[in-house]
Design a protein around this ligand. Sequence first.
Ligand code: FES
Length: 111
Amino acid sequence: MLRLCSLDEIPDGDAIGVKTALGEVVLIRQGREVVAYRNECPHLGIELNFQPDVFLDTEHRYIQCANHGALFQIEDGLCVFGPCQGASLTPLSVQLIDNSVCLSPDHARKD
Ligand code: FES
């Protein structure tokens, strides 16, 4: 179990990026729920963001790739608009332990 950050470090309704030995992880928080994805766009395999911790569209309804504007559903990472429509971000499995957001040992989310 790898501790990524405290829940309080993620603004509610927003996202942050956390660098790990496995690459950067994008964490999106909605209340006490946190979902995680690799910071890698399925369009070109490059990072989603230009600015640190800016991963969501202006209304905070979708994850947005800054490169070509692809929009991904927060809950499952599915691209619903843009050049990689139908493809998905790579989900990661995180757990909240006390107030810490932790990456599960097998990383991959099964849902
Ligand atoms: S690299 Fe993400 S939409 Fe093109």
